[in-house]
Design a protein around this ligand. Structure first.
Ligand SMILES: Nc1ncnc2c1ncn2[C@@H]1O[C@H](COP(=O)(O)OP(=O)(O)O)[C@@H](O)[C@H]1O
Ligand SMILES: [Mg+2]
Length: 488
């Protein structure tokens, strides 16, 4: 049985029950109030209980989890103050991941697995453009052409646009303007370096669900400092991970402890002007993933950033200090206060603006799944290092990982791009043959009698030339040009 996890202390110690940890959670508070340290402490407890965790590291300050703590005056002070007994400094079994492949093992997925809905979000497409993208996915699917990387998608877009007449009846209008917009958005994605997200080997989720030789859950840390500059890519990737977990994991109901806990830092990015269709999906995934044994914890500066329908599903709450300067701040304070189960000993509205660093209003679910009355409490610090790991330390962790070498090299197997390229090359060859034939018949005629061309022959030659030159070149420019041009 997983032990209750000691997270904080008010008059008494406050425990998070592993059995209730799949009922999701919220860590909120203004900048510098202790959210990241709270996340770290929670993650560490899960790991120690054999529960793997995943987190995106936006500032790089979670990388220190790979090292033992110590030598931090604030931590020592807090430990002494709280009288935590079996506290010890220890490193966590960290696995670093990085879409850009620099600060961790590369994280990749295929275009097909990302799917048109999330990809449209990532590319910031409007409804019509998203419709075209979806149609192109369907065409590729029906043809049996794989969409693995961005080259595949670009080639497919081009192909669909050039053969629009053939596809329109079955798949709907594939307007050139929409195709152009999608292609431009793909270029932008590439410009941001996010094209590296697509390809193979694709991430095997099982690699994130591991325990180490001591039975501790691995702590998966996705380097997100650079990714964070492309907020849509960041949010879509995390959402994809969630939905993959949802789709791949079996239904398990309520377990003794979660199978995985997923920390979603800077959660407001997920909900920034989300189209309704996607919002419905997010709400659904969050609601249903519980029964797959996955707990989701949102971290946010302002609880108002999270839609009510999602907020209502977050049972385990740590609310750090909020400022109350602006009317929006005041609204946040009010709404945060209203969502806690009241405790006559705590004046939530006043407390929330007074809390010190590493102090919070805490309410977890009890063994029956009811929120416990809110407590004003100090968070017990983690035993791993608070702050960054050095580059050397990070490299050392990466190289000693069992996964090292598996994701580091991309493979490029035959997919839509290669198929369409081969097709284009065939067309090119056919054109050249037609040209050669025309030339041969011409020279044969010349050697025979040097008679002037008959009208019929002239027409035939013109046609051959047209195929060989104009039409041919258009096909080549149209198909080969952009496909080949895109390949680095
Ligand atoms: N529970 C805690 N115990 C001891 N020190 C803490 C605690 N929480 C936060 N701190 C101190 O406050 C600093 C800022 O906390 P952090 O979690 O990074 O804030 P936030 O993520 O909300 O911006 C930490 O680097 C640490 O020194
Ligand atoms: Mg932080």
């Amino acid at each position: 049985m997983a032990e209750p996890m000691l997270i904080a202390k008010s008059e008494d110690f406050i425990y998070l029950l592993p059995r209730m940890a799949n009922r999701h959670g919220l860590i909120a508070g203004a900048t510098g109030t202790g959210k990241t340290v709270t996340l770290q402490a929670l993650a560490e407890h899960f790991s120690r209980n054999g529960v793997p965790v995943f987190m995106a590291d936006v500032k790089g300050d979670l990388s220190g989890m790979s090292r033992a703590g110590g030598g931090n005056a604030k931590v020592e002070e807090r430990i002494a103050q709280l009288g935590v007994e079996d506290f010890g400094y220890a490193a966590c079994p960290v696995v670093f991941w990085d879409v850009f492949g620099e600060k961790g093992h590369p994280v990749r997925t295929t275009v097909a697995e990302m799917g048109p809905l999330l990809l449209s979000r990532m590319l910031n497409l409007n409804e019509v453009q998203a419709g075209v993208l979806t149609a192109v996915f369907k065409i590729a699917d029906d043809k049996g052409w794989l969409l693995l990387d961005l080259n595949d998608l670009r080639a497919m877009m081009q192909h669909a646009s050039e053969n629009g007449a053939e596809y329109t009846a079955k798949y709907g209008n594939i307007a050139a303007a929409s195709v152009g917009a999608v292609q431009r958005a793909l270029l932008q994605l590439e410009h941001e370096g996010a094209d590296r997200l697509f390809g193979e080997p694709a991430l095997d989720l099982d690699d994130m669900l591991q325990t180490d030789s001591k039975g501790r859950g691995v702590v998966n840390i996705l380097a997100s400092d650079r990714l964070y500059n492309s907020p849509r890519v960041y949010a879509s990737l995390l959402l994809w991970l969630l939905s993959e977990l949802f789709e791949k994991l079996p239904e398990v109901g309520d377990l003794d402890k979660p199978k995985l806990v997923f920390f979603f830092d800077e959660a407001h990015l997920l909900f920034n002007d989300v189209p309704n269709a996607l919002m419905d999906k997010i709400e659904q995934v969050v609601r249903l993933i519980r029964s797959k044994g996955v707990g989701v914890y949102f971290i946010s500066q302002n609880p108002l950033d999270i839609p009510d329908i999602v907020l209502g599903q977050l049972g385990n709450r740590v609310q750090h200090a909020l400022r109350a300067f602006t009317p929006r701040d005041q609204k946040a304070v009010k709404s945060a206060a209203e969502t806690f189960r009241t405790n006559p000993k705590v004046d939530v509205k006043t407390a929330i603006t007074e809390l010190g660093v590493g102090e919070a209003l805490v309410s977890f679910l009890d063994e029956k799944g009811r929120p416990m009355p809110v407590e004003r409490a100090f968070i017990c610090p983690p035993g791993s290092r608070i702050g960054m790991a050095t580059d050397a330390e990070r490299n050392e962790t990466m190289r000693s990982s069992l996964l090292y070498g598996h994701y580091e090299k991309t493979v490029d197997r035959e997919s839509a791009y290669e198929i369409l390229k081969a097709k284009a090359e065939e067309t090119l060859k056919a054109n050249e043959q037609a040209k050669a034939q025309a030339a041969a018949s011409q020279s044969a005629k010349r050697t025979a009698a040097r008679e002037p061309d008959t009208l019929l022959e002239t027409v035939a030659k013109t046609a051959a030339r047209t195929i060989g030159s104009e039409l041919g070149r258009r096909v080549i420019r149209g198909v080969l040009g952009s496909i080949l041009g895109g390949k680095k």
